[in-house]
Design a protein around this ligand. Sequence first.
Ligand SMILES: Cc1cc2nc3c(=O)[nH]c(=O)nc-3n(C[C@H](O)[C@H](O)[C@H](O)COP(=O)(O)O)c2cc1C
Length: 162
Amino acid sequence: MYNFWQKLKKPLVGLAPMDGVTDYPMRQIQVSVAKPNVLYTEFVSAEGFIRNSKAFSQKLYFQENERPIIAQIFGYTPEAFAETINQIIEMDFDGIDLNMGCPARKVLGKGGGGALIGNYKLAGKIIEKSLEATKANNPFIMANFSCLCNFRPINFSAVTLF
Ligand SMILES: Cc1cc2nc3c(=O)[nH]c(=O)nc-3n(C[C@H](O)[C@H](O)[C@H](O)COP(=O)(O)O)c2cc1C
């Protein structure tokens, strides 16, 4: 199976995904100034995406010079994750990152982002449905448990699922 992580020069250097920051213009600046080993989109709401895919897919626009690039999505319903992945798979990202660490109140309040750290059942279902949705194409699915340091005493740990 294609695994771009193994081909990347170590140590890996990249800018963490940041909502409102790591958008297309910002990533182009990164590429032109000092290209990181890996780039991330801002996170995109799965529930928002399935309601209005045209508007939300603009947030996922990228150019070839940004590869390897990972799309990050967040949400709280396995079906929305699966449907979003079904639709974005043709954009041909190198990987898809499932956000399970965002501490923002509006995300936590609905049970998404960091709330999934304490909800293994739902987190598992989201990963399971997301993997099903990628089966045909096999991009990487990464469940990302990054947190802001003031959120919980959990720092980074990331699980890559094959
Ligand atoms: C403004 C801002 C927006 C962020 N948005 C996201 C996001 O969309 N997805 C995500 O996984 N993490 C997001 N984060 C968390 C960062 O990716 C990073 O994990 C966090 O800042 C901890 O890293 P640091 O200790 O280097 O700051 C955001 C952080 C900041 C400050």
